[in-house]
Each structure stands twice: as structure tokens, then as C-alpha cells.
Design a protein around this ligand. Structure first.
Ligand code: P1T
Length: 387
């Protein structure tokens, strides 16, 4: 179980991003955390070791990442996994058959697939509700409800959930509250301060920021949850390798800088799209026209680089997706390079069509992950592609 040390709790966010979790390398004084690429550790005698016994159970590079992200989120404990979905898998294993979970109706397609296709057959029950209105959460509660799970902003509709309001409901009913903070990152949103018990990330995205690994992490302040998650991390064993932890950790050092630029570029491009005649609907919480802009300003410090827009015609969307030159057509998000995607056939293909349509996730919806390139180049690229 990886717990923060006192030195991981000092300083401001931008300094923590670089220093929290630091490994004090006695061997050579390496500035960067060593990659402990080892499956096991020499033991001096039976039962006598340096706190490391086996690579699934403990790894110093992994611990450095866990401390770093826990520190950024204002947590005490962190647990890294082999993917964002492996992280959610561990969270869902906190529950047992018969337990009920309330989840946002717009979440990453793979999140819903894991819940409905893997855990529902094992006896967990789920209600998917529109969390733009916190009252829907209260209305969905049952005597067996144990967890409320939400993304905000959501993938890909950029809907927001009022974390404080949902946190209050959870507290009043003794429920756990877990938030997927992948889209905002701890630089722009810190759910633990607003009532969440667990915060998870796909580290594949903004935390790594360079599209060169797949991983996930969950952090918490609560020792009881940490004990259970630490047990599950070892018992189920979906741990990330040390090299991937190192890549994520290298990424978090520049997270504040990158987020600032994603945010600047995101705002500029959203404003530009808002005046484009081909754009029928635009989803970006940083625009005053976003129905939840006031909430966005209240609970987020920036709005980031994720933008979705609807061009009203699937053929037109397909043409745009094939015509950009700087924006690459690809799944995933949060890297320094800009990506363009089609949620209906890519990231959310596993979501039932009726549910997709009800939330506005149409075949003509295009999703942008705006990178950190020169924004004028990005606008020219989109201008050429949208026509
Ligand atoms: O891909 P993985 O690291 O397992 O993370 C899953 C995941 C969890 N939560 C959110 C909000 C996500 O966006 C994702 C993965 N999303 C994509 C691959 C995507 O392109 O949207």
C-alpha cells in the first residue's frame, strides 16, 4: 500500500508535479527516478528484506508514480494499474453481488461495457442516470446502493456533474463517491476536495501526455479503502510495468505546463468553431454558451483541450475525419499531439444506439483532443478539413 511521505505533501501543485514521489537514489544520486526493471528482490535472510519482496506486490518506480499522483490530487494513497479499465475493475471489486451502483449515463464506452457486460452478470446492478442534474442521483438510490460513479466533464459530450452536490448526497446516504478525473486532470479539478472518496484516471491520457503507454491509477484519502485497494492490486495483479510507470511519471512533471497550453488552445479553437457555419452543436465547458459554464467556472480551474462538435450529417463528419493533416484520426486523447475521433464508431461503439442518441452522441459528432501545437496551425488544419 503506497502512502505519501511528509515530503510529498509540501509545496504547491506545480512544484509537487515535479518533486512529489521522488526516489532518493543512494546508489548514484540519479535526478530521475530509476526504472526498477526487476521481477523480484534479493532477501538477506528469510523474512529479512528492504520492504520489497516481489514485483507484483511492490516496485519503487510504481510507488514513485503512485505518490506523485496521490499528491497532485490531495490524496494520501495511490494504486497504479495496467490500464484505466483495470483501475475501474479494481474499484468494482470493492463491491459484491446484490450491490447497486449509480453511474453517469455518459461515460467512456469501455467503462459502461465493463459494468454491463462483466459485472452485471456477476450480480452487481447499475443505474445509468443523467448527472447534469444531481437530483437524478438522489432519485436513483436504492437500499442496496453502495457507490456513485461519475465522469466530469464526460467523454465525449462534455456534460458536467456538480461534484459538491453529488458528494453531499453520497455523504448523507453513507455511499462511496468515485470520480473519473481523466478529462480535467488534477490541475483543473480536484474531486477529493469536493466530497469524492476515490479519484481515478486513465494515465494513458493527460497524466502521461505523450501517447507512449497505457495505464491507470486510483487515489484516496481513506485508509480503509486504501487497504482494500492495495489488497486487490496484489491479489488480482493487474499492475503496470516499471517502464510504463516511469513514462507516466515523466509526463506528470510537465502536466501543469501542458494543461495550461491545452486550455489556451482549447478555448481558441472552441471560440473559432462557435462561429463556423458547419458546426450545428458545440460542446466545450469553457464557452459561456455551454449550459453548465457557471458550474465549470466554479469547480474547474481550466477547461482543457477536449471539444466535441456536431456537423449534423454523418457523411460530412466522415469527410472531416479523413481530411485533417495535423489532427490524426485516432482513439485516445490527452497527448501533446492533436487527435480527431468519431465517438459513435470508436470510443462509444459499445454503447446502445438508443442511449447514444438520447444524449446527443450522434453519427455526426466529431471529438477533438486539442494538443499543444501552435494554435494557428490547428485552426488552419480544421478550416481546410471542415471547408
Ligand atoms: O484506455 P484505458 O487506459 O483503459 O482507460 C479507459 C478510460 C477511462 N476513463 C476515461 C474518461 C477514458 O477516456 C478512458 C479511455 N478513453 C479512450 C481511449 C478514448 O479515446 O476516449
Amino acid at each position: 500500500m503506497t502512502r505519501l511521505r511528509s515530503e510529498d505533501r509540501t509545496h504547491r501543485l506545480g512544484t509537487r508535479a515535479i518533486h512529489a514521489g521522488r526516489i532518493d537514489d543512494q546508489n548514484a544520486g540519479a535526478i530521475m527516478p530509476p526504472i526498477y526493471q526487476t521481477s523480484t528482490y534479493r532477501q538477506e535472510a528469510l523474512g529479512l528484506n528492504k520492504g520489497y519482496e516481489y514485483g507484483r506486490t511492490q516496485n519503487p518506480t510504481r510507488e514513485a508514480l503512485e505518490r506523485n499522483v496521490a499528491s497532485l490530487e490531495g490524496a494520501e494513497f495511490g494504486f497504479a494499474f495496467g490500464s484505466g479499465l483495470a483501475t475501474l475493475d479494481a474499484i468494482l471489486k470493492l463491491f459484491k453481488a446484490g450491490d447497486h451502483i449509480v453511474c453517469g449515463d455518459n461515460v467512456y464506452g469501455g467503462t459502461m461495457r465493463l459494468m454491463v457486460r462483466v459485472y452485471e452478470p456477476l450480480g452487481l446492478t447499475f443505474s445509468f442516470v443523467d448527472m447534469r442534474n444531481a437530483e437524478n442521483v438522489g432519485a436513483a438510490l436504492r437500499p442496496t446502493t453502495r457507490l456513485v460513479y461519475c465522469e466530469t466533464p464526460t467523454n465525449p459530450m462534455m456534460f458536467l456533474a456538480d461534484l459538491q452536490a453529488i458528494g453531499d448526497i453520497c455523504q448523507a446516504h453513507g455511499l462511496l463517491f468515485a470520480v473519473d478525473n481523466t478529462f480535467a486532470s488534477p490541475i483543473f479539478q480536484r474531486p477529493l476536495e469536493l466530497g469524492a472518496d476515490l479519484v481515478m484516471h486513465s494515465t494513458t491520457k493527460y497524466l502521461n501526455g505523450h501517447s507512449d503507454m497505457v495505464g491507470g491509477i486510483v487515489v484516496t484519502k481513506r485508509e480503509d479503502l486504501a487497504e482494500r485497494l492495495g489488497f486487490l492490486q496484489n491479489a488480482s495483479g493487474a499492475v503496470p510495468g516499471p517502464m510504463d510507470c516511469w513514462l507516466a511519471l515523466r509526463g506528470t512533471k510537465t502536466l501543469p505546463l501542458r494543461m495550461e497550453r491545452h486550455d489556451q488552445n482549447g478555448r481558441r479553437i472552441a471560440e473559432w468553431l462557435s462561429t463556423h457555419r458547419a458546426v450545428k452543436k458545440l460542446y466545450y465547458p469553457g464557452l459561456p454558451s455551454h449550459p453548465q459554464h457557471e458550474l465549470a467556472k466554479r469547480q474547474m480551474r481550466g477547461f482543457g483541450g477536449m471539444i466535441s462538435f456536431d456537423v449534423g450529417d454523418a457523411d460530412r463528419a466522415r469527410k472531416i475525419l479523413g481530411a485533417t493533416r495535423i489532427f490524426s484520426l485516432a482513439e485516445s486523447l490527452g497527448g501533446v499531439e492533436s487527435l480527431i475521433g468519431h465517438p459513435a464508431s470508436q470510443t462509444h461503439a459499445s454503447v446502445p444506439v438508443a442511449m447514444r442518441e438520447a444524449m446527443g452522441l450522434t453519427d455526426s459528432l466529431v471529438r477533438l483532443s486539442v494538443g499543444v501545437e501552435e494554435v494557428e496551425d490547428l485552426i488552419e488544419d480544421l478550416d481546410r478539413a471542415i471547408g
